[in-house]
Ligand binder design. Structure first.
Ligand code: EPZ
Length: 460
Protein backbone atom coordinates (compact mmCIF):
# COMPACT_ATOMS: atom_id res chain seq x y z
CA UNK A 1 0.00 0.00 0.00
CA UNK A 2 1.16 3.55 -0.68
CA UNK A 3 1.03 6.81 1.22
CA UNK A 4 1.41 10.40 0.14
CA UNK A 5 4.00 12.53 1.96
CA UNK A 6 3.28 16.25 1.74
CA UNK A 7 5.33 19.22 2.91
CA UNK A 8 2.86 22.04 3.48
CA UNK A 9 3.01 25.82 3.36
CA UNK A 10 3.64 26.45 -0.33
CA UNK A 11 1.18 28.41 -2.49
CA UNK A 12 0.41 26.35 -5.61
CA UNK A 13 1.13 27.92 -8.98
CA UNK A 14 0.54 26.62 -12.50
CA UNK A 15 -1.99 24.95 -14.79
CA UNK A 16 -3.69 21.60 -14.38
CA UNK A 17 -5.92 19.87 -16.93
CA UNK A 18 -9.08 18.19 -15.68
CA UNK A 19 -9.69 14.58 -16.69
CA UNK A 20 -12.93 13.07 -17.97
CA UNK A 21 -15.62 12.66 -15.32
CA UNK A 22 -15.44 9.44 -13.30
CA UNK A 23 -19.11 9.70 -12.35
CA UNK A 24 -20.13 10.28 -15.96
CA UNK A 25 -18.03 7.50 -17.48
CA UNK A 26 -19.22 4.71 -15.16
CA UNK A 27 -22.86 4.66 -16.34
CA UNK A 28 -21.71 5.40 -19.91
CA UNK A 29 -19.59 2.23 -19.77
CA UNK A 30 -22.63 0.31 -18.50
CA UNK A 31 -24.62 1.67 -21.47
CA UNK A 32 -22.34 -0.39 -23.75
CA UNK A 33 -24.42 -3.42 -22.69
CA UNK A 34 -27.44 -1.95 -24.49
CA UNK A 35 -26.02 -2.62 -27.96
CA UNK A 36 -24.05 -5.28 -29.81
CA UNK A 37 -21.93 -2.60 -31.46
CA UNK A 38 -18.79 -0.92 -30.06
CA UNK A 39 -19.01 2.09 -27.76
CA UNK A 40 -15.86 4.27 -27.74
CA UNK A 41 -14.98 6.73 -24.96
CA UNK A 42 -11.89 8.71 -26.00
CA UNK A 43 -11.35 10.47 -22.66
CA UNK A 44 -12.11 7.98 -19.89
CA UNK A 45 -10.12 8.90 -16.77
CA UNK A 46 -7.42 6.40 -15.81
CA UNK A 47 -8.70 5.74 -12.29
CA UNK A 48 -9.35 2.61 -10.26
CA UNK A 49 -13.16 2.86 -10.43
CA UNK A 50 -13.03 2.73 -14.24
CA UNK A 51 -10.77 -0.31 -14.09
CA UNK A 52 -13.27 -1.95 -11.71
CA UNK A 53 -16.17 -1.23 -14.07
CA UNK A 54 -14.24 -2.69 -17.01
CA UNK A 55 -13.69 -5.87 -14.97
CA UNK A 56 -17.44 -6.10 -14.33
CA UNK A 57 -18.15 -5.73 -18.05
CA UNK A 58 -15.53 -8.34 -18.96
CA UNK A 59 -17.04 -10.70 -16.37
CA UNK A 60 -20.35 -10.35 -18.26
CA UNK A 61 -18.67 -11.20 -21.56
CA UNK A 62 -18.00 -7.74 -23.00
CA UNK A 63 -14.82 -7.19 -25.01
CA UNK A 64 -12.78 -4.28 -23.67
CA UNK A 65 -9.95 -2.59 -25.56
CA UNK A 66 -7.90 0.20 -23.97
CA UNK A 67 -6.05 2.18 -26.63
CA UNK A 68 -2.64 3.70 -25.93
CA UNK A 69 -4.12 7.21 -25.89
CA UNK A 70 -6.39 6.17 -23.01
CA UNK A 71 -9.47 5.72 -25.20
CA UNK A 72 -11.66 2.80 -24.17
CA UNK A 73 -13.67 0.68 -26.57
CA UNK A 74 -16.28 -1.71 -25.18
CA UNK A 75 -18.20 -4.15 -27.34
CA UNK A 76 -20.95 -6.31 -25.84
CA UNK A 77 -21.83 -8.14 -29.04
CA UNK A 78 -22.54 -11.19 -26.98
CA UNK A 79 -23.37 -11.02 -23.29
CA UNK A 80 -23.44 -14.65 -22.29
CA UNK A 81 -23.70 -13.84 -18.62
CA UNK A 82 -26.18 -11.54 -16.92
CA UNK A 83 -24.78 -11.90 -13.42
CA UNK A 84 -22.55 -9.22 -11.88
CA UNK A 85 -20.98 -10.96 -8.93
CA UNK A 86 -20.27 -9.61 -5.45
CA UNK A 87 -16.55 -10.03 -6.16
CA UNK A 88 -16.72 -7.14 -8.62
CA UNK A 89 -19.70 -5.12 -7.43
CA UNK A 90 -18.40 -4.82 -3.87
CA UNK A 91 -15.42 -2.87 -5.14
CA UNK A 92 -17.41 -0.11 -6.65
CA UNK A 93 -20.99 0.95 -6.20
CA UNK A 94 -21.23 2.39 -9.70
CA UNK A 95 -21.34 -1.17 -11.06
CA UNK A 96 -24.97 -1.32 -9.96
CA UNK A 97 -25.71 0.54 -13.21
CA UNK A 98 -25.35 -2.69 -15.19
CA UNK A 99 -28.73 -3.73 -13.75
CA UNK A 100 -30.87 -1.62 -16.10
CA UNK A 101 -28.97 -2.36 -19.32
CA UNK A 102 -28.81 -6.13 -18.60
CA UNK A 103 -32.54 -6.22 -17.86
CA UNK A 104 -33.33 -4.25 -21.02
CA UNK A 105 -31.03 -6.29 -23.30
CA UNK A 106 -31.22 -9.79 -21.74
CA UNK A 107 -34.61 -9.50 -19.99
CA UNK A 108 -32.92 -10.74 -16.82
CA UNK A 109 -30.15 -9.61 -14.49
CA UNK A 110 -28.55 -10.59 -11.24
CA UNK A 111 -26.46 -7.93 -9.55
CA UNK A 112 -24.94 -8.29 -6.16
CA UNK A 113 -26.14 -5.61 -3.75
CA UNK A 114 -23.43 -2.95 -3.56
CA UNK A 115 -22.07 -2.84 -0.05
CA UNK A 116 -22.39 0.18 2.16
CA UNK A 117 -19.39 2.39 2.51
CA UNK A 118 -18.00 4.92 4.93
CA UNK A 119 -20.31 7.66 3.65
CA UNK A 120 -23.53 5.78 4.27
CA UNK A 121 -25.72 2.72 3.79
CA UNK A 122 -26.09 3.30 0.02
CA UNK A 123 -29.46 1.54 -0.53
CA UNK A 124 -30.75 0.73 -4.03
CA UNK A 125 -34.47 0.53 -3.22
CA UNK A 126 -35.20 3.30 -5.73
CA UNK A 127 -33.34 1.43 -8.48
CA UNK A 128 -35.50 -1.62 -7.76
CA UNK A 129 -38.65 0.51 -7.62
CA UNK A 130 -37.84 1.90 -11.06
CA UNK A 131 -37.27 -1.55 -12.57
CA UNK A 132 -40.55 -2.80 -11.11
CA UNK A 133 -42.29 0.25 -12.59
CA UNK A 134 -41.01 -0.96 -15.99
CA UNK A 135 -42.68 -4.30 -15.41
CA UNK A 136 -39.76 -6.32 -14.09
CA UNK A 137 -40.05 -8.85 -11.29
CA UNK A 138 -37.35 -7.82 -8.81
CA UNK A 139 -36.37 -9.79 -5.70
CA UNK A 140 -33.59 -9.74 -3.15
CA UNK A 141 -32.00 -13.14 -2.90
CA UNK A 142 -29.02 -13.74 -0.62
CA UNK A 143 -27.48 -10.32 -1.12
CA UNK A 144 -28.23 -10.29 -4.84
CA UNK A 145 -30.83 -8.30 -6.74
CA UNK A 146 -32.51 -10.72 -9.13
CA UNK A 147 -34.61 -9.09 -11.86
CA UNK A 148 -36.48 -10.56 -14.80
CA UNK A 149 -38.83 -9.37 -17.51
CA UNK A 150 -39.09 -12.26 -19.93
CA UNK A 151 -41.58 -10.51 -22.19
CA UNK A 152 -39.46 -7.36 -22.14
CA UNK A 153 -39.80 -4.10 -20.25
CA UNK A 154 -42.82 -1.83 -20.67
CA UNK A 155 -42.58 1.94 -20.34
CA UNK A 156 -44.52 3.69 -17.57
CA UNK A 157 -44.76 6.93 -15.61
CA UNK A 158 -43.01 6.88 -12.22
CA UNK A 159 -41.74 9.04 -9.37
CA UNK A 160 -38.13 8.10 -8.58
CA UNK A 161 -37.19 10.56 -5.81
CA UNK A 162 -36.38 9.35 -2.31
CA UNK A 163 -36.28 10.80 1.19
CA UNK A 164 -32.95 12.48 0.44
CA UNK A 165 -34.08 13.70 -2.96
CA UNK A 166 -33.28 12.31 -6.43
CA UNK A 167 -30.97 9.35 -7.03
CA UNK A 168 -28.19 9.95 -9.57
CA UNK A 169 -27.34 6.34 -10.39
CA UNK A 170 -30.95 5.29 -9.94
CA UNK A 171 -32.00 7.79 -12.62
CA UNK A 172 -29.17 6.53 -14.83
CA UNK A 173 -30.20 2.90 -14.34
CA UNK A 174 -33.89 3.43 -15.09
CA UNK A 175 -33.19 5.77 -18.02
CA UNK A 176 -30.96 3.13 -19.63
CA UNK A 177 -33.52 0.37 -19.06
CA UNK A 178 -36.30 2.53 -20.52
CA UNK A 179 -34.44 3.12 -23.82
CA UNK A 180 -35.35 -0.43 -24.95
CA UNK A 181 -38.71 -0.72 -23.15
CA UNK A 182 -41.95 -0.86 -25.13
CA UNK A 183 -43.61 2.56 -25.24
CA UNK A 184 -43.03 5.74 -23.30
CA UNK A 185 -41.43 6.15 -19.86
CA UNK A 186 -41.66 9.33 -17.81
CA UNK A 187 -39.35 9.66 -14.79
CA UNK A 188 -40.53 12.31 -12.31
CA UNK A 189 -38.13 13.34 -9.56
CA UNK A 190 -35.21 12.52 -11.86
CA UNK A 191 -31.67 13.64 -10.97
CA UNK A 192 -30.47 16.75 -12.85
CA UNK A 193 -26.73 16.21 -12.34
CA UNK A 194 -24.50 16.92 -15.38
CA UNK A 195 -23.38 13.27 -15.28
CA UNK A 196 -26.97 12.13 -15.90
CA UNK A 197 -27.31 14.63 -18.75
CA UNK A 198 -24.03 13.33 -20.21
CA UNK A 199 -25.27 9.73 -20.08
CA UNK A 200 -28.48 10.82 -21.80
CA UNK A 201 -26.48 12.59 -24.52
CA UNK A 202 -24.51 9.37 -25.08
CA UNK A 203 -27.70 7.28 -25.25
CA UNK A 204 -29.18 9.70 -27.80
CA UNK A 205 -26.02 9.26 -29.93
CA UNK A 206 -26.71 5.50 -29.69
CA UNK A 207 -30.23 6.05 -31.09
CA UNK A 208 -32.27 6.52 -27.92
CA UNK A 209 -35.19 8.97 -27.82
CA UNK A 210 -34.88 11.07 -24.65
CA UNK A 211 -36.24 14.49 -23.67
CA UNK A 212 -36.00 16.58 -20.50
CA UNK A 213 -32.35 15.84 -19.62
CA UNK A 214 -31.21 18.16 -16.84
CA UNK A 215 -34.77 18.61 -15.58
CA UNK A 216 -36.61 16.60 -12.88
CA UNK A 217 -38.88 15.16 -15.62
CA UNK A 218 -37.19 12.91 -18.17
CA UNK A 219 -39.19 11.27 -20.98
CA UNK A 220 -37.90 8.23 -22.86
CA UNK A 221 -39.56 6.73 -25.97
CA UNK A 222 -38.49 3.09 -26.18
CA UNK A 223 -36.81 1.89 -29.41
CA UNK A 224 -36.15 -1.61 -30.76
CA UNK A 225 -32.36 -1.41 -30.64
CA UNK A 226 -29.45 0.91 -30.06
CA UNK A 227 -26.27 1.16 -32.10
CA UNK A 228 -22.66 1.92 -31.23
CA UNK A 229 -21.27 5.43 -30.82
CA UNK A 230 -18.27 7.48 -29.79
CA UNK A 231 -18.81 9.72 -26.76
CA UNK A 232 -16.32 11.93 -24.92
CA UNK A 233 -17.57 12.38 -21.35
CA UNK A 234 -17.78 15.80 -19.66
CA UNK A 235 -14.84 17.07 -17.61
CA UNK A 236 -14.89 15.92 -13.98
CA UNK A 237 -16.51 18.80 -12.09
CA UNK A 238 -15.53 17.38 -8.70
CA UNK A 239 -11.88 17.02 -9.68
CA UNK A 240 -12.00 20.56 -11.10
CA UNK A 241 -13.56 21.85 -7.86
CA UNK A 242 -10.93 20.04 -5.80
CA UNK A 243 -8.08 21.74 -7.71
CA UNK A 244 -9.81 25.16 -7.49
CA UNK A 245 -10.11 24.74 -3.71
CA UNK A 246 -6.44 23.65 -3.56
CA UNK A 247 -5.46 26.94 -5.24
CA UNK A 248 -7.72 29.02 -2.99
CA UNK A 249 -6.59 27.23 0.18
CA UNK A 250 -2.88 27.75 -0.46
CA UNK A 251 -3.29 31.34 -1.67
CA UNK A 252 -1.91 30.21 -5.00
CA UNK A 253 -2.47 30.96 -8.70
CA UNK A 254 -3.89 27.71 -10.06
CA UNK A 255 -5.45 27.65 -13.52
CA UNK A 256 -7.80 24.67 -13.83
CA UNK A 257 -8.16 23.91 -17.52
CA UNK A 258 -10.51 21.76 -19.59
CA UNK A 259 -13.32 22.22 -17.08
CA UNK A 260 -16.92 23.44 -17.20
CA UNK A 261 -17.34 26.57 -14.97
CA UNK A 262 -21.09 26.35 -15.66
CA UNK A 263 -21.10 23.01 -13.75
CA UNK A 264 -19.43 24.73 -10.78
CA UNK A 265 -21.48 27.91 -10.40
CA UNK A 266 -22.33 27.18 -6.76
CA UNK A 267 -18.65 26.72 -5.87
CA UNK A 268 -17.75 30.00 -7.59
CA UNK A 269 -20.62 31.68 -5.74
CA UNK A 270 -19.36 30.35 -2.36
CA UNK A 271 -15.75 31.37 -3.17
CA UNK A 272 -16.99 34.91 -3.85
CA UNK A 273 -18.93 34.89 -0.57
CA UNK A 274 -15.71 33.79 1.15
CA UNK A 275 -13.94 36.78 -0.41
CA UNK A 276 -11.65 34.57 -2.49
CA UNK A 277 -10.97 36.00 -5.93
CA UNK A 278 -10.89 33.95 -9.11
CA UNK A 279 -11.00 34.45 -12.84
CA UNK A 280 -12.67 32.20 -15.40
CA UNK A 281 -13.24 31.64 -19.09
CA UNK A 282 -15.35 29.23 -21.15
CA UNK A 283 -13.37 26.18 -20.04
CA UNK A 284 -11.06 27.29 -17.25
CA UNK A 285 -11.06 28.73 -13.73
CA UNK A 286 -8.04 30.46 -12.16
CA UNK A 287 -7.57 31.32 -8.51
CA UNK A 288 -6.08 34.73 -7.68
CA UNK A 289 -3.07 34.50 -5.33
CA UNK A 290 -3.03 36.08 -1.88
CA UNK A 291 -0.71 35.98 1.15
CA UNK A 292 -2.15 33.38 3.53
CA UNK A 293 -0.23 35.07 6.38
CA UNK A 294 -2.15 38.30 5.93
CA UNK A 295 -5.46 37.15 4.49
CA UNK A 296 -7.84 34.24 4.85
CA UNK A 297 -11.30 33.30 3.55
CA UNK A 298 -14.40 34.71 5.19
CA UNK A 299 -16.32 31.96 7.07
CA UNK A 300 -18.96 30.68 4.61
CA UNK A 301 -21.71 28.14 5.28
CA UNK A 302 -22.60 25.41 2.79
CA UNK A 303 -25.48 22.95 2.65
CA UNK A 304 -25.12 19.99 0.31
CA UNK A 305 -28.16 19.43 -1.92
CA UNK A 306 -28.85 17.92 -5.36
CA UNK A 307 -27.48 19.75 -8.42
CA UNK A 308 -27.24 22.67 -9.04
CA UNK A 309 -26.77 23.24 -5.30
CA UNK A 310 -23.54 22.55 -3.44
CA UNK A 311 -22.36 18.99 -4.28
CA UNK A 312 -21.84 16.52 -1.45
CA UNK A 313 -18.67 15.41 -3.27
CA UNK A 314 -17.04 18.80 -2.53
CA UNK A 315 -18.19 19.01 1.11
CA UNK A 316 -14.99 17.60 2.63
CA UNK A 317 -12.78 19.78 0.46
CA UNK A 318 -14.78 22.88 1.44
CA UNK A 319 -14.41 21.96 5.09
CA UNK A 320 -10.62 21.86 4.68
CA UNK A 321 -10.79 25.38 3.24
CA UNK A 322 -13.01 26.64 6.06
CA UNK A 323 -10.49 25.53 8.69
CA UNK A 324 -8.45 28.58 7.58
CA UNK A 325 -11.42 30.99 7.58
CA UNK A 326 -11.52 33.67 10.28
CA UNK A 327 -14.68 32.70 12.12
CA UNK A 328 -17.37 30.04 12.34
CA UNK A 329 -18.70 28.16 9.28
CA UNK A 330 -21.62 25.73 9.32
CA UNK A 331 -21.54 22.76 6.97
CA UNK A 332 -24.79 20.79 6.56
CA UNK A 333 -24.78 17.45 4.73
CA UNK A 334 -28.27 16.50 3.51
CA UNK A 335 -27.33 13.79 0.98
CA UNK A 336 -25.12 11.53 3.13
CA UNK A 337 -25.63 12.72 6.75
CA UNK A 338 -22.71 10.61 8.01
CA UNK A 339 -20.22 11.83 5.42
CA UNK A 340 -17.76 13.20 7.98
CA UNK A 341 -14.92 10.67 8.10
CA UNK A 342 -12.56 13.56 7.36
CA UNK A 343 -13.49 15.46 10.56
CA UNK A 344 -11.48 13.36 13.01
CA UNK A 345 -8.44 13.40 10.73
CA UNK A 346 -8.63 17.18 10.16
CA UNK A 347 -8.88 17.63 13.94
CA UNK A 348 -5.68 15.62 14.34
CA UNK A 349 -4.08 18.29 12.16
CA UNK A 350 -5.30 21.00 14.50
CA UNK A 351 -8.65 21.91 12.97
CA UNK A 352 -11.39 23.00 15.36
CA UNK A 353 -14.55 21.19 14.22
CA UNK A 354 -17.67 20.09 16.11
CA UNK A 355 -20.15 17.55 14.70
CA UNK A 356 -23.82 18.27 15.30
CA UNK A 357 -25.79 15.40 13.70
CA UNK A 358 -25.75 15.96 9.94
CA UNK A 359 -23.91 19.27 10.39
CA UNK A 360 -20.42 20.32 11.38
CA UNK A 361 -19.31 23.63 12.88
CA UNK A 362 -15.84 24.72 11.76
CA UNK A 363 -14.07 27.37 13.86
CA UNK A 364 -11.15 29.11 12.17
CA UNK A 365 -8.53 30.14 11.57
CA UNK A 366 -6.65 27.06 12.67
CA UNK A 367 -2.95 26.76 11.99
CA UNK A 368 -2.95 23.20 10.70
CA UNK A 369 0.10 21.13 11.47
CA UNK A 370 1.26 18.10 9.55
CA UNK A 371 0.28 14.68 10.92
CA UNK A 372 -0.12 11.03 10.00
CA UNK A 373 -3.71 10.74 8.72
CA UNK A 374 -5.82 7.95 7.29
CA UNK A 375 -7.70 8.24 4.02
CA UNK A 376 -11.22 6.81 4.08
CA UNK A 377 -13.70 7.70 1.37
CA UNK A 378 -12.54 9.18 -1.92
CA UNK A 379 -13.44 12.81 -1.22
CA UNK A 380 -12.46 12.77 2.47
CA UNK A 381 -9.02 11.62 1.32
CA UNK A 382 -8.80 14.52 -1.13
CA UNK A 383 -9.63 16.89 1.74
CA UNK A 384 -6.72 15.49 3.78
CA UNK A 385 -4.35 16.10 0.89
CA UNK A 386 -5.61 19.68 0.63
CA UNK A 387 -5.11 20.17 4.37
CA UNK A 388 -1.58 18.77 4.05
CA UNK A 389 -0.82 21.36 1.36
CA UNK A 390 -1.52 24.21 3.77
CA UNK A 391 -0.40 22.61 7.06
CA UNK A 392 2.89 23.49 8.69
CA UNK A 393 5.34 20.62 8.36
CA UNK A 394 4.90 17.13 6.96
CA UNK A 395 1.66 15.23 6.49
CA UNK A 396 1.42 11.57 5.57
CA UNK A 397 -1.87 10.43 4.05
CA UNK A 398 -2.16 6.64 4.36
CA UNK A 399 -4.33 4.23 2.28
CA UNK A 400 -3.97 6.28 -0.84
CA UNK A 401 -5.89 3.68 -2.84
CA UNK A 402 -9.03 5.56 -1.80
CA UNK A 403 -7.83 8.61 -3.72
CA UNK A 404 -6.73 6.56 -6.71
CA UNK A 405 -10.36 5.51 -7.17
CA UNK A 406 -11.28 8.93 -8.49
CA UNK A 407 -8.19 11.05 -9.11
CA UNK A 408 -5.68 10.26 -11.86
CA UNK A 409 -2.00 10.50 -10.71
CA UNK A 410 -2.98 13.05 -8.04
CA UNK A 411 0.55 13.51 -6.67
CA UNK A 412 2.09 14.04 -10.12
CA UNK A 413 -0.46 16.67 -11.04
CA UNK A 414 -0.16 18.49 -7.72
CA UNK A 415 3.62 18.41 -8.05
CA UNK A 416 3.27 20.02 -11.49
CA UNK A 417 1.62 23.02 -9.82
CA UNK A 418 4.24 23.39 -7.13
CA UNK A 419 3.21 21.06 -4.33
CA UNK A 420 5.84 19.21 -2.32
CA UNK A 421 4.27 15.75 -2.48
CA UNK A 422 5.62 12.26 -3.07
CA UNK A 423 4.06 8.81 -3.18
CA UNK A 424 6.01 6.19 -1.27
CA UNK A 425 5.39 2.72 0.05
CA UNK A 426 3.49 2.69 3.33
CA UNK A 427 6.50 1.31 5.21
CA UNK A 428 9.03 3.85 3.99
CA UNK A 429 9.82 6.64 6.41
CA UNK A 430 10.86 9.85 4.72
CA UNK A 431 11.52 13.43 5.82
CA UNK A 432 10.72 15.92 3.08
CA UNK A 433 11.16 19.02 5.24
CA UNK A 434 13.58 21.57 3.80
CA UNK A 435 16.14 22.91 6.33
CA UNK A 436 15.58 26.37 7.91
CA UNK A 437 12.62 26.99 5.67
CA UNK A 438 10.37 29.63 7.26
CA UNK A 439 6.94 28.06 6.61
CA UNK A 440 4.79 30.77 5.01
CA UNK A 441 2.06 30.27 7.50
CA UNK A 442 4.21 30.56 10.62
CA UNK A 443 3.92 34.39 10.74
CA UNK A 444 1.06 35.62 12.97
CA UNK A 445 -2.21 36.11 11.12
CA UNK A 446 -2.74 39.87 10.80
CA UNK A 447 -6.16 41.32 10.33
CA UNK A 448 -7.72 39.91 7.26
CA UNK A 449 -8.08 42.15 4.26
CA UNK A 450 -10.76 40.81 1.97
CA UNK A 451 -9.36 40.04 -1.44
CA UNK A 452 -11.73 41.60 -3.99
CA UNK A 453 -13.68 38.79 -5.65
CA UNK A 454 -14.21 38.62 -9.38
CA UNK A 455 -17.87 39.00 -10.33
CA UNK A 456 -19.66 35.74 -11.07
CA UNK A 457 -19.63 34.55 -14.67
CA UNK A 458 -22.47 36.31 -16.47
CA UNK A 459 -24.81 33.84 -18.09
CA UNK A 460 -22.33 30.98 -17.94
C1 EPZ B 1 -23.70 9.27 -7.05
O1 EPZ B 1 -23.89 8.22 -6.13
C2 EPZ B 1 -22.19 9.52 -7.08
N1 EPZ B 1 -21.48 8.31 -7.48
C3 EPZ B 1 -21.69 9.94 -5.70
O2 EPZ B 1 -20.30 10.28 -5.83
C4 EPZ B 1 -22.45 11.19 -5.27
O3 EPZ B 1 -22.05 11.55 -3.97
C5 EPZ B 1 -23.96 10.90 -5.29
O4 EPZ B 1 -24.36 10.46 -6.61
C6 EPZ B 1 -24.79 12.14 -4.93
O5 EPZ B 1 -24.53 13.16 -5.83
C7 EPZ B 1 -21.42 7.98 -8.80
O6 EPZ B 1 -21.97 8.64 -9.64
C8 EPZ B 1 -20.63 6.75 -9.13
P1 EPZ B 1 -27.61 8.81 -5.04
P2 EPZ B 1 -25.36 7.52 -6.05
O7 EPZ B 1 -28.37 7.60 -5.45
O8 EPZ B 1 -26.08 7.64 -7.31
C9 EPZ B 1 -30.31 7.81 -1.31
C10 EPZ B 1 -18.00 10.14 -5.34
O9 EPZ B 1 -17.35 10.53 -4.36
N2 EPZ B 1 -30.75 6.65 -2.09
O10 EPZ B 1 -27.80 10.05 -5.82
O11 EPZ B 1 -25.17 6.18 -5.45
C11 EPZ B 1 -28.85 7.75 -0.93
O12 EPZ B 1 -28.68 7.02 0.28
C12 EPZ B 1 -19.34 9.46 -5.14
O13 EPZ B 1 -17.64 10.28 -6.53
C13 EPZ B 1 -31.78 5.88 -1.62
O14 EPZ B 1 -32.33 6.15 -0.56
O15 EPZ B 1 -26.08 8.44 -4.98
C14 EPZ B 1 -28.51 9.21 -0.75
O16 EPZ B 1 -28.92 9.64 0.52
C15 EPZ B 1 -19.69 9.28 -3.67
N3 EPZ B 1 -32.20 4.79 -2.35
C16 EPZ B 1 -29.35 9.91 -1.80
O17 EPZ B 1 -30.39 8.98 -2.13
C17 EPZ B 1 -31.63 4.49 -3.57
O18 EPZ B 1 -32.07 3.51 -4.20
C18 EPZ B 1 -28.59 10.25 -3.08
O19 EPZ B 1 -27.91 9.09 -3.49
C19 EPZ B 1 -30.57 5.29 -4.02
C20 EPZ B 1 -30.15 6.37 -3.29
Amino acid sequence: MDKLVIQGGRPLRGSVKVAGSKNAVLPVLAASLLTDEPLVIPNAPRVADVRSMLKVLESLGSRVVQHSDGAIEVCSASVPRSEATWEHVRRMRGSVTVLGPLLARMHRACVSLPGGCVIGVRPIDLHMKGMRALGAKVDLDGGDVRAEAFSGLVGSEMYLGGAQGPTVLGTANVMMAATLAKGRTVIHGAACEPEVVDLGDCLIKMGAKIHGLGSPRIEIEGVKRLHGAEHAVIPDRIEAGTFVIAGALTGGAVRVENCRPDHLMILLERLSEAGLAYDHGEDWIATVPYDTRAYGPRPTDVTTLPYPAFPTDLQAQWMALMTTARGMSLISETIFPDRYMHVAELMRMGANIRRQGASAIVMGPAQLTGAQVMASDLRASAALVLAGLVARGQTEVHRVYHIDRGYERIEERLKEIGASIVRVDENVSIDTSEPDEEPASSAPLRDKVIVPATPLPSGA
